[in-house]
Design a protein around this ligand. Structure first.
Ligand SMILES: Cc1cc2nc3c(=O)[nH]c(=O)nc-3n(C[C@H](O)[C@H](O)[C@H](O)COP(=O)(O)O)c2cc1C
Length: 220
C-alpha cells in the first residue's frame, strides 16, 4: 500500500531540520519508495533528469562513506544515506532519445518538440550560455531533487541532513562512481535523535529580495 504523509506541506517545510544524529530505526520500504518517487518529480531543464542516487544501507558501506565525510556521525547512524549525483552525459544523443521516448509514453511529446530537443540540448551543452560549467548545471538540477526529497521525507516523518562535507574523490573511488557523474550531496535519511541544533533563524524576505533591479528595496 502507498504510504501517506503524516503532516502537511507547511509543517514539513517548517519542521524540517538538518539532523546530526539518527536512531537506528529503519525506514519502511514503502515510505522510502514514496519519498524517492516524489523527490524525482522535481523539475529539470528539458526534463533531462540528471540526478542519479546511490542508496547506501549496508552498515559497512555507511562506515566507508563516513570516512569520506570527515567522520560525520550522521552518515553511519542514518538507516539510509543517498549519494546524490548529477550525470554529465545527459546531452548524449542516446540519452536524449530516452527522454523523448519517456515523453511519448506519457503522451507529452510530439515530433516537433522531439526534434527541437535533439537539436537544442547538444548546443546548450557545447556553448552553455546559461551555466559556467557542466558541474554547475548538474548541481543546479540535482539539488532541486534533493530539496524535494527532504521535504517529501519530512512529510512522512523522516528526517534528513543535506551534506557537502565530504571529499569528492574519495566518495567516487569508494563507490565506483564514474568520471561523468558529479557527486553533489550526501543525504542521510532516518529518524532523528534529539536534540537538534537550535534553529538558526532565517533572514527576512526584505533582507534577501530586491524590487525589479538588484539593490532596490522590496517590501511585502
Ligand atoms: C548544501 C548543504 C550542505 C550542507 N552540509 C552539511 C554538512 O556537511 N554537515 C552538516 O552537519 N550539515 C550540513 N548542512 C546543514 C546546514 O548546516 C543546515 O541546513 C543549516 O545550518 C540550517 O539548519 P536547518 O537545516 O536545521 O534549518 C548542509 C546544508 C546544505 C544545504
Amino acid at each position: 500500500m502507498e504510504a501517506q504523509p503524516i503532516i502537511s506541506l507547511k509543517e514539513a517545510i517548517e519542521e524540517r531540520r538538518a539532523a546530526r544524529s539518527f536512531r537506528p530505526d529503519p525506514i519502511p520500504e514503502e515510505v522510502l519508495s514514496e519519498i524517492l518517487r516524489l523527490g524525482v518529480r522535481a523539475p529539470s531543464g528539458y526534463n533531462l533528469q540528471p540526478w542519479r542516487l546511490i542508496v547506501v544501507q549496508e552498515q559497512e558501506n555507511k562506515e566507508k562513506l563516513k570516512a569520506c565525510a570527515f567522520n560525520q556521525r550522521q552518515v553511519s547512524e542514518a538507516p539510509v544515506v543517498l549519494i546524490c549525483c548529477g550525470d554529465r552525459l545527459v546531452s548524449q544523443p542516446e540519452y536524449i532519445e530516452s527522454v523523448i521516448k519517456l515523453g511519448e509514453q506519457a503522451g507529452a511529446m510530439n515530433e516537433a518538440y522531439a526534434q527541437f530537443i535533439r537539436e537544442q540540448v547538444p548546443v546548450l551543452f557545447e556553448y552553455h550560455p546559461c551555466f559556467e560549467s557542466v558541474e554547475a548545471w548538474t548541481n543546479r538540477h540535482t539539488m532541486i531533487a534533493v530539496a524535494h526529497i527532504m521535504i517529501a521525507a519530512k512529510s512522512f516523518g523522516v528526517d534528513s541532513c543535506p551534506m557537502e562535507g565530504f571529499v569528492t574523490a574519495q566518495v567516487k573511488e569508494a563507490f565506483k562512481i564514474p568520471e561523468h557523474l558529479d557527486v553533489c550531496c550526501l543525504l542521510p535519511l532516518g529518524y532523528a535523535d534529539e536534540p537538534f541544533k537550535l534553529y538558526g533563524g532565517r533572514f527576512n524576505i526584505e533582507q534577501i529580495s530586491y524590487s525589479e533591479t538588484y539593490g532596490q528595496n522590496f517590501t511585502i
